[in-house]
Design a protein around this ligand. Structure first.
Ligand code: SF4
Ligand code: SF4
Length: 373
């Protein structure tokens, strides 16, 4: 049964989306950009992108009968999120896991559409969990324009957008492209701490802190650790410097003004980096479940905590870092050694750790920490 496009917009708004637009269900010319990016190896360890390449380029391969995309977005802008004592968290990750609350909203929209006569099985949707180029679909539908930071910027809501989509067998009239562009601005390219934006619209994930602190398993490349600064999970620099952030309607909402899903998790309010470094698996399982930070794994979170403690340079972190030199996880041992080297490269704990270290990679890191390398 045909459904009025305006009703779809109303139902999406009822389900909690700030923006809803209609567009093609495939990424169009941006698919070529994606292929070039993959072939240049800029996706790093994100093998799932390679593995799903064909389906990403043509969603009809995994869902037959798809005709249109309902592109959806939530403006999550808000205050910076910093752990007590230091350790910055990307804004999107400070509350409940966004996969969960976005999926809840997509599900609520599907239910409303079904009640309005759209067969439930004719819709497929997700939020960062199905193999589609979300940003390309959002741009094609007119949610925003593709920015030089490779993010999508809404002319009405700015760049702090969580994107989702519902692929549907309905034929919906496509919306106009969103007006606007970055113009001559290069603020994000200039401010990126790791020079990860290698060209306008192109981010080398291997250098991007949103990848190295979250997706990357194993050691963080040595040349990116100091540049990580106080960023414990993710990075918002290219968003923070963007002049379009002033368009975010959620940016100035604090405390109870914010939707419950977007309020800071108790970890963000009460944990320190030392707590993270020292956390055992039971505590990780109990406390991080339901947060987006869990994506980094326990090993990655403790690795990140060590790097930031080294960068913050607070000698009070030394006992926790020294204890981490005996950790069973070689990634934690090597990053703790690196951090101690930043604080005091002559500290005798480094030589003692080197003397007992059996893993060659960790031993090399400890030697470099001792020599100030
Ligand atoms: S998220 Fe941070 S590291 Fe990544 S491109 Fe943006 S500013 Fe650079
Ligand atoms: S900072 Fe400037 S160049 Fe970068 S995304 Fe924003 S407007 Fe575009």
């Amino acid at each position: 049964m045909p459904i009025r496009p305006e009703l779809v917009r109303e139902l999406a708004s009822d389900a909690g989306f700030d923006l809803v637009r209609f567009g093609p269900a495939d990424p169009g010319p941006d698919g070529n950009r994606f292929v070039e990016w993959l072939e240049a190896g800029r996706h790093g360890q994100m093998r799932y992108l390679e593995d799903n390449r064909a389906r990403i380029l043509d969603p009809r391969l995994w869902r037959q009968g798809v005709r249109s995309a309902i592109a959806l977005a939530v403006d999550y802008g808000g205050p910076a999120a910093v752990l007590p004592g230091g350790g910055r968290i990307a804004r999107y990750a400070q509350g409940r896991d966004y996969h969960r609350w976005l999926r809840d909203r997509v599900f609520a929209l599907r239910q409303r559409l079904e009640a309005a006569g759209v067969p439930y099985g004719s819709m497929n949707g997700g939020a960062d969990a199905v193999p589609v180029l979300e940003r390309a679909l959002a741009v094609r539908a007119g949610i925003g324009f593709l920015a030089k930071s490779a993010m999508v910027i809404s002319p009405t809501h700015g760049p702090y957008l969580q994107l989702a989509e519902l692929l549907t067998g309905m034929e919906l009239p496509p919306d106009e492209p969103a007006p606007g562009s970055c113009g001559t601005c290069t603020a994000c390219l200039d401010a990126c701490p790791t020079q990860a934006i290698v060209a306008p619209h192109e981010v080398d994930a291997r250098r991007c802190l949103s990848y190295t602190t979250i997706e990357l398993r194993g050691p963080i490349p040595g040349d990116l650790r100091a540049a990580q600064g106080d960023r414990f999970f993710g990075c918002d620099v290219c968003l923070e410097v963007c002049p379009f952030t002033s368009r975010s309607r959620a940016r100035d909402l604090h405390g109870d003004q914010r939707p419950p899903d977007l309020r800071p998790h108790q970890i963000v309010q009460t944990w320190t980096l030392v707590d993270v470094l020292a956390m055992d698996d039971a505590r990780y399982q109990a406390e991080f479940t339901g947060t987006a930070m869990r994506r980094a794994t326990r090993s990655g979170l403790r690795r990140n905590a060590a790097v930031v403690l080294g960068n913050l340079g607070d000698p009070q972190a030394l006992p926790a870092l020294i204890a981490a030199l005996t950790d069973e996880d070689p990634v934690v041992r090597s990053h703790a050694g690196w951090a101690i080297g930043r604080l005091d490269h002559r500290h005798p704990a480094l030589a003692a750790a080197l003397a007992r270290e059996s893993a060659p990679d960790v031993a090399a890191e400890l030697e470099a920490a001792i020599t100030g390398g």
